[in-house]
Design a protein around this ligand. Structure first.
Ligand SMILES: [Cu+2]
Length: 128
């Protein structure tokens, strides 16, 4: 009887974990960086980031004209100075999905011309 009780508890636990994983997946969102304006010059990414909750299950979607822009994931130092020569990753499709599965702050800039200095940069804090 005690053994039965324990295996039922184990089964319940497994089920609970499955439900938690599934509901977490269901809550995963694709967030359009910059909202309707997308990834562009003249967009206030500071206020976009300040008003957008990003969870580790979410994806960031960068929509832009690939002839005009790109997306680089960079260090904070390179973000601050708009240095484009040593990105951690570079995305150029014009419809890039980027996911940060570990909580933390991530820095993304446009590596074309002086776009970063003109404000085409965003710091995204990923957290639960
Ligand atoms: Cu650009």
């Amino acid at each position: 009887m005690a053994r039965q009780g324990r295996s039922n508890a184990a089964r319940t636990l497994v089920l609970l974990v499955c439900v938690m994983v599934l509901s977490e997946r269901a809550a995963a969102a694709t967030l359009n960086v910059g909202g309707l304006k997308g990834w562009n010059l003249g967009v206030d990414y500071k206020s976009w980031a300040a008003t957008t909750r990003v969870k580790p299950t979410d994806s960031l979607f960068f929509k832009y004209d690939p002839r005009l822009h790109n997306v680089m994931v960079v260090s904070k130092a390179d973000y601050d100075t708009c240095k484009t020569s040593a990105p951690w990753s570079k995305h150029t499709s014009g419809k890039d999905t980027i996911k940060f599965t570990k909580p933390g702050t991530y820095y993304l800039i446009c590596g074309v011309g002086t776009h970063c200095k003109a404000g085409m940069k965003v710091a995204v804090t990923v957290r639960w």
